[in-house]
Design a protein around this ligand. Structure first.
Ligand code: ATP
Ligand code: MG
Length: 435
């Protein structure tokens, strides 16, 4: 044997295993998402996890946090292509829509979920592989679709039973309005240049709007006194913003206007929004999005308006746990089938398959060594499985053409049932106990 001590193999830092214990919570969130998107008529799009690096540079913007420092980029060792693990979903969705000419048939309402990758400092609510639900409504210009996608978020929180997530809204206007605001911002920050932190000094030259996003407490007074974009909006932009607000109010959705809300990506215009909570520590933004009308053209498509949002699924899961919404999800299977190996294995196997054909969820006992297990240890396993019933097929039962059916959750009652009538009896009992 080699004397060299093997290093322990572990997962990549910031990339999490999702263990079986947590899976029901994820499945519950995924099911809620499925029913949400169906109820609004959104269609799923699935794009690859790896894309050309150039896609994200162009689609997200060179001077964003993501492109500047968070992307997992590499060269394809076989053909030298520059590739990147997707850090978000919008750029790829828009690429696919352009590439397959999907807007030819008219506007599209799309959604996706999946893992995203960003090289960030791992901490609670911030990982290097995380999952997003993304919504993209492409080809619609009016404020009605902005309101629709915002209401979708609220419906998801309601469906999940989540509370305490506030909507913050802002409008970034159009490019010319932002340009005037940008001038005023630069003048303001230059006046206070000696008080700016390093990040802000760098952004003053590249993307001064992002200084408004600064989380540095020492910067807060300079940021708070900065000129606000809302004061630079023209009539059209204001009308759009008011249209969104009117529809939200009509649907009783409370919101707060946050004039400092700018979002991390370059491509936004008009409406921007975030859903924030105070219950997740410093990573309290659960979802964010807005309008990005210039993006499709910028990426080489025929000009078409667009808006959307992305939600961090880990943060939603964390919030569900925080609010105790994970308690009732741990449901087990319906039936655990016990047998004594040997001659009882085959009939037990057949019973289990027959039950499954009838739509019943079954765990068939399987001992680690392939030999018969003690009755006591099998009952322990049956209990731990969460099954509502145990079916016991021993040699004596088999000789009599019967099985024992035992209620595991309520009164512990046990009865003999003929093998022939077993499926019917299990269905009978399950229907009774579900009342
Ligand atoms: P932040 O300011 O927290 O970095 P962001 O502006 O980079 O967020 P978006 O690109 O808008 O985030 O992504 C949408 C959502 O995805 C966020 O609101 C958040 O819930 C989630 N998210 C973003 N980055 C991460 C991450 N590294 N780990 C877990 N969730 C994330
Ligand atoms: Mg970020």
């Amino acid at each position: 044997m080699s004397q060299v001590k093997q290093t322990k193999l572990t997962g990549v830092r910031g990339m999490n295993d999702l263990l079986p214990q947590e899976a029901p919570l994820w499945a519950h969130l995924e099911q809620s998402i499925q029913s949400l998107v169906r109820s609004y008529g959104y269609q799923q799009i699935r794009t690859p996890i790896v894309e050309q690096t150039a896609l994200f540079k162009r689609g997200i913007g060179e001077v964003t946090d993501i492109v500047e420092k968070e992307m997992y980029s590499f060269e394809d060792g076989l053909n030298g292509e520059q590739l990147t693990l997707r850090p978000e979903g919008t750029a790829a969705a828009v690429r696919a829509v352009i590439e397959h000419n999907l807007l030819y048939e008219g506007p599209k309402r799309l959604w996706y979920t999946g893992p995203m990758f960003r090289h960030e400092r791992p901490q609670r609510g911030r990982y290097r592989q995380f999952h997003q639900l993304g919504i993209e409504a492409l080809g619609f210009a009016g404020p009605d679709i902005d309101a629709e996608i915002i209401l979708m978020c609220q419906r998801l929180w309601d469906d999940l039973g989540l509370t305490g997530i506030q909507l913050e809204l802002n409008s970034l206007g159009q490019a010319s309005e932002r340009a005037a605001h940008r001038e005023a911002l630069i003048a303001h920050f230059k006046k206070h240049e000696s008080d700016l932190d390093e990040d802000a000094k760098r952004r003053l030259l590249t993307n001064p709007l992002r200084i408004l996003d600064s989380k540095n407490p020492a910067m807060q007074s300079i940021v708070e006194s900065a000129p606000q974009i809302l004061n630079f909006l023209g009539e059209e932009s204001l009308k759009h913003f008011e249209g969104v607000q009117r529809l939200l109010k009509a649907n009783n959705l409370p919101f707060k206007i946050n004039p400092r809300l700018v979002r991390g990506l370059d491509y936004y215009n008009l409406t921007v929004f975030e859903w924030v909570t105070t219950q997740l520590g410093s990573q309290g933004t659960v979802a964010g999005g807005g309008r990005y009308d210039p993006l499709i053209e910028q990426m080489g498509g025929k000009p078409a308006p667009a808006c959307g949002w992305a939600m961090g699924m880990e943060r939603v899961i964390e919030l569900m746990k925080e609010q105790g919404l994970d308690a009732d999800l741990e449901s087990g299977c319906d039936v655990y089938v016990l047998h004594q190996a040997g001659e009882t294995l085959e009939p037990a196997f057949i019973v289990a398959e027959r039950l499954r054909s009838a739509g019943i969820e079954v765990i068939l006992h399987c001992s680690p060594d392939g030999l018969a297990s003690s009755f006591k240890s099998m009952m322990k396993k049956a209990d731990a499985s969460g099954a509502a019933y145990a079916i016991i097929i021993g040699p004596d039962e088999l000789a009599a053409g019967q099985a024992q059916l035992k209620d595991l959750r309520r009164d512990g009652q046990q009865m003999s049932v003929a093998l022939d009538g077993l499926v019917d009896e299990v269905i009978n009992q399950l229907v009774k106990t579900s009342d």
